[in-house]
Unconditional design. Structure first.
Length: 349
């Protein structure tokens, strides 16, 4: 029994060619899931006999009977028969769950079955999925690809810049994460672009500001920072940019709400004598620790009462966005006015 593996242990398995007979792979980080599945395929399957020894299924397009039928096959001129299944909704069928559990109780030594969830997000707290975890736990390995911490992502970017012939220090790597978000695939694409532009030089903060594509959250941070500072012109400019980019108004508001929740958590923590690091321990900020740093900066001149009033206005706007035909941009512009007035402790009707 290999039990639950972390990323380092999975990497070591692949490096040493010491594989489990069954893998259940799920979690938030899509790039890492695809990366390690690719590495497993590369190590397990000889391209010459791929048509015989690699069987790939999309869960929604096939039956479990067909999958397990191929999983029973013997490999041709190879040590292993690899069966890769994506997003099979096995937890929705008691019969399928029973059938899969029975198979996993006696997996052929020459078979490696990989069940990966990516397009479908499983309910990891459900009784059914817990049974799937237990079955794979006993038969092989369970790998939860969680978001990497901000430090780990920054180290990857620093190393990646070096491989691309450029220089990126840890501080600017973390800044790039705060600008472009913590999705690894997107960050590596940004790193390709920045490294090409730098042409062997250091990737500086100015280069990131001028060249990196800002994610929605980073743009909303700019908006919120302007609101807290009372800079209505800048706040409206950011909002105009978001609408020109065809961003969903409800999504924009959701991110604004998230920023204010971050600030409220940090403010309450400070009142209790704690730091934003303490907040990170109690909530899921892995990979986006920068959100709490931004919140700590932006809430410095706001009271808990001001933040509560702001959150009330955000909730009211959310209700109007979803229940009235009023122009959505107008509703968000009105919200910005109210948030600026609250931040400036100005009463309004």
């Amino acid at each position: 029994m290999m039990s639950k593996l972390n990323e380092s242990q999975l990497k070591e398995q692949i490096k040493s060619n010491h594989f489990s007979n069954a893998y259940l792979i799920y979690g938030e980080e899509s790039y890492l899931k695809e990366h390690y599945i690719s590495q497993l395929k590369k190590k397990i399957v000889d391209p010459t006999f791929e048509s015989f020894n690699l069987h790939q299924f999309e869960g929604k397009d096939t039956s479990l009977d067909d999958i397990l039928k191929d999983a029973q096959m013997l490999p041709m001129m190879s040590e292993y028969n690899l069966v890769l299944v994506r997003d099979y909704p096995v937890e929705k069928s008691k019969a399928d769950l029973k059938l899969l559990s029975e198979f996993l109780a006696d997996v052929p030594e020459s078979t490696i079955l990989i069940l990966v969830y990516d397009a479908i997000e499983p309910d990891i707290k459900s009784a059914s999925f817990k049974k799937i975890i237990t079955a794979f736990d006993n038969a092989g390995a369970v790998v939860n690809m969680e978001k990497r911490s901000e430090n780990d992502v920054a180290k990857l970017l620093v190393s990646g810049a070096k491989k691309r012939g450029s220089v990126l220090d840890m501080s600017n790597a973390k800044y790039l994460v705060s600008v472009s978000g913590n999705d690894l695939k997107n960050l590596l694409n940004e790193l390709d672009k920045l490294s090409y532009f730098a042409q062997g030089r250091e990737i500086t903060k100015d280069i990131i500001d001028n060249m990196a594509t800002k994610c929605l959250q980073a743009r909303v941070y700019d908006l919120s920072k302007s609101v807290v500072a009372g800079n209505s012109d800048m706040a409206y400019s950011v909002l105009d940019t978001l609408f020109n980019m065809k961003e969903d108004p409800i999504l924009i508001l959701a991110v604004i709400g998230g920023v204010y929740v971050d600030m409220y958590r940090v403010k309450c923590a400070k009142t209790a004598g704690c730091s934003y690091d303490d907040v990170a321990k109690h909530y899921n900020y892995r990979g986006r620790e920068f959100a709490l740093r931004n919140a700590s900066r932006d809430c410095a001149n706001l009271s808990e009462n001001q933040l509560r009033k702001s959150l009330d206005e955000i909730m009211n706007t959310d209700l109007k966005l979803k229940s009235t035909a009023t122009d959505k941009k107008l509703l968000l512009e009105e919200l910005i006015v109210k948030l600026i007035l609250i931040a400036g402790e100005v009463s309004y009707a």
